[in-house]
Design a protein around this ligand. Structure first.
Ligand SMILES: [Zn+2]
Ligand SMILES: [Zn+2]
Length: 254
């Protein structure tokens, strides 16, 4: 039996057709996590260790800032995260830890400063940062959770007729999530189910890309004076929908 904390959101996003149910699931989960990190997580020492260690990507820092609800909380997260990261960079550069004025300066002297010289220090810091910047507490939670959601989608697709009809009658996915679904079908489904699922998915995706392209096309035709009196049909917002569909960036045009 699938875990309801994953099944309920999946069932809900498939109730109404939308341009990408996985984008809808992602948005919902990201918002929950942003509020969690700005709220309950602040009091959890283990989570603070994780946020100091991994931090957040630009997108998720920006989402936390944009909530405007807990600037102090965000400040506390950023303060201890930066302190941790700067200490690591000093270490990679062969520099002694900063004297924080706490009277523990002698500790700094234990790690005798052995500066590596500018070029090697720069290389060591950049090599560290290159790996570090790919990490993000929310992105990592999100990746794990999306995998669980997709597992639920596969399960419901092959066990519930209603769900399968809603899935097959959907409006397709953004290309980023289409790729993710194909990738996970390749690793999570048996060969027979994979073929059955992917045949339906590819047809749905191509038909719906055609649909949006037609709407974009009609959008361009509306600029012809001969079409000025014609209705817009579904084309008014065809540009953001088309761009979102192709790139998977949910915020385009919003
Ligand atoms: Zn999507
Ligand atoms: Zn992130």
């Amino acid at each position: 039996m699938q875990d309801t904390i994953y099944t309920i959101p999946v069932t809900e996003v498939y109730e109404e057709p939308c341009e990408c149910p996985l984008c809808a699931l992602e948005a919902r989960f990201e918002n929950d996590r942003v509020n969690y990190y700005l709220g309950p997580s602040l009091m959890e020492p283990d989570n603070r260790i994780a946020t100091n260690d991994k931090g957040f990507c630009g997108r998720h820092f920006n989402m936390m800032y944009a909530t405007q609800t807990n600037r102090l909380g965000l400040g506390l997260i950023l303060d201890t995260y930066m302190t941790e990261q700067i200490a690591r960079m000093r270490k990679y550069a062969g520099e002694a830890p900063k004297d924080d004025g706490s009277g523990t300066k002698g500790l700094g002297k234990l790690f005798k400063a052995k500066s590596k010289g500018g070029q090697r220090s720069a290389e060591a810091i950049c090599e560290y940062w290159h790996k570090h910047e790919r990490g993000c507490c929310i992105c990592e939670d999100l990746e794990r959770t999306m995998e669980r959601y997709i597992d639920v989608i596969f399960h419901l697709y092959f066990t519930q007729k209603d769900f399968r009809e809603r899935f097959d009658g959907g409006l397709g996915y953004c290309m980023r999530h289409f790729e993710l679904l194909c990738d996970k079908a390749g690793t999570m489904l048996s060969a027979g189910k994979q073929d059955e699922f992917l045949t339906a998915l590819v047809r749905q995706q191509l038909d719906n890309l055609d649909r949006i392209q037609d709407e974009v096309n009609w959008f361009t035709k509306k600029f012809d004076y001969r079409n000025a009196q014609e209705p817009w049909k579904n084309s008014r917002d065809a540009l953001p929908r088309g761009m979102r569909k192709m790139t998977g960036l949910r915020d385009i045009g919003s």
